[in-house]
Design a protein around this ligand. Structure first.
Ligand SMILES: *[C@@H]1O[C@H](CO)[C@@H](O)[C@H](O)[C@H]1NC(C)=O
Ligand SMILES: *[C@@H]1O[C@H](CO)[C@@H](O)[C@H](O)[C@H]1NC(C)=O
Ligand SMILES: *[C@@H]1O[C@H](CO)[C@@H](O)[C@H](O)[C@H]1NC(C)=O
Length: 435
């Protein structure tokens, strides 16, 4: 068990080390200012500059657009014994600094001790060498932050401190090295910048593109390969190609609208077909007023009774779950609501139609009744003049015992239409007898 634990720890450590080295080994591969500075490079904020991160600057590189790193001016302070006794200085990752501290000493080989601490890793090289002559010593200190000194989360101002003490001297020399581990420009974000064609945010001259776009200026669409529909290349034909629910997009495919009624169901693989189109494909299913799965439809389509309170249901994006649709079968207009659930099963409920049996089944007894009745009357009038010969292949109408329907002359729509001949031969469903 102990062995297993040990090897796991080694693996984790190796991974961390490799990820730091892996980044910094390849300056051309460093794509943002923080990484570049962290690795000891120089960064160019100009998106047109071919080499954004470089270890050595050359003529004509990034004229005037180089990210400037704040440098602290060297400050030396002379102490009672040490000269200097304190020092502040900026040191870039990968560069080094060498300086001397002088002090009087009795000993020819005084014991020099260095204590170091840092706000980042301890990957900071410090060496010292002392030589004495005639009662005075000079300690030469060489310091250099390694390329992996900065952690990935380091900021523009990180520090490495070295404290030096010498046996027999009651004073400390303190050296403070400021190491930039990130860029100040990283704090400034130009949201949806024109430089990024409005498709990304600009930071330190780098576009972070929104989903579906790539390139230095977010100029290239990322095109999904497998799509069920055919190319849509002519934007003048947007409406035809994309069912009125989208436009020809940059990938020569329909891009469906996301903010329209029913956009939740727009089928991006199928010319942005909406749920009403899908359901209307199986409009035969409206003729059977019973709730449940429609047997004649080629996909899972279920009918249920109208429940007005369902119309208020929303999805996570505050879009209606139920979409209002309409359709016409045999000159009869249907207004219905449809939705698709996470199992890809589609449901519909008829809200209004010219057919009272449908209304009864739908249970539309609530506040919508006056409107329903108005629509029915209109439809009835239109249908009567046109010659009312529909309802093929459906069970015969049932005498309306429900007073609601008797009140409204709805009989005209069914039993009392003089042109109507009930096809009794198709009457098979025993449940209709209950009416
Ligand atoms: C751009 O910035 C805005 C505001 O911070 C943010 O909502 C959006 O997601 C950012 N876009 C990208 C592509 O990062
Ligand atoms: C209508 O739907 C709501 C919400 O799902 C439910 O609570 C209610 O019982 C339903 N009403 C009928 C009559 O089915
Ligand atoms: C269906 O609704 C649309 C939009 O409200 C309308 O333009 C269209 O005429 C309606 N069709 C029928 C058959 O009622």
């Amino acid at each position: 068990m102990a062995v297993v634990k040990f090897s796991v720890i080694i693996l984790v450590l190796l991974q961390q080390v490799f990820s730091i080295y892996g980044n910094c080994a390849d300056f051309d591969g460093l794509k943002n200012c923080n990484d570049c500075i962290r690795c000891g490079g120089y960064w160019c904020n100009d998106p047109y500059e071919a080499k954004r991160c470089t270890i050595s600057r050359y003529d004509n590189w990034c004229s005037g657009k180089e990210e400037s790193v704040s440098y602290l001016t060297i400050e030396d302070e002379i102490g009672t014994h040490f000269e200097p006794k304190s020092r502040v200085r900026t040191l870039k990752v990968g560069t080094d600094d060498r300086f001397t501290i002088n002090y009087p000493s009795e000993s020819k080989q005084p014991k020099v001790e260095l204590v170091v601490n840092s706000t980042q890793t301890s990957n900071f090289r410090v060496t010292n060498q002392t030589s004495c002559y005639d009662g005075s010593c000079t300690t030469t200190i060489k310091t250099s932050p390694d390329t992996n000194f900065c952690t990935v989360t380091g900021g523009p101002s990180e520090y490495f401190n070295v404290k030096m003490s010498v046996e027999g001297i009651k004073e400390e020399a303190v050296m403070k090295f400021h190491v930039p581990c990130a860029c100040a420009c990283s704090e400034k974000v130009e949201v949806w910048s024109p430089v990024c064609n409005g498709r990304g945010n600009l930071t330190c001259g780098v576009c972070t593109c929104k989903q579906g776009w790539q390139g230095t200026f977010c100029e290239n669409p990322i095109c999904e390969e497998k799509r069920g529909d055919v190319p849509c290349t002519d934007s003048a034909r947007n409406n035809i190609e994309c069912s009125g629910n989208g436009v020809c997009g940059p990938c020569d495919k329909c891009e469906c609208f996301t903010d329209r009624e029913g956009s939740r169901y727009f089928d991006k693989n199928n010319y942005c077909e909406d749920i009403c189109m899908t359901v209307n494909d199986c409009d035969d299913c409206f003729l059977d007023p019973r709730p449940g799965r429609c047997q004649t439809c080629h996909f899972g389509l279920f009918r249920q009774s109208y429940n007005e309170s369902l119309m208020a249901q929303k999805d996570d994006l505050n879009r209606n779950l139920w979409v209002k649709c309409n359709g016409t079968i045999n000159d009869c207009n249907y207004v219905y609501a449809a939705m698709r659930d996470e199992n890809d099963e589609t449901f519909f409920m008829v809200i209004q139609s010219c057919d009272p049996t449908q209304e009864k089944q739908a249970g539309a007894v609530s506040v919508t009744l006056p409107i329903v009745l108005g629509v029915i009357a209109l439809v009835v009038a239109a249908a009567a003049t046109a010659g009312y010969l529909m309802w093929k292949n459906r069970p015969p109408p049932v005498p309306m015992s429900d007073p609601m329907y008797q009140n409204i002359d709805a009989e005209d729509c069914t039993g009392e239409n003089p042109l109507y001949k009930p096809p009794t031969s198709s009457f098979k469903n025993p449940t209709y007898g209950k009416w």
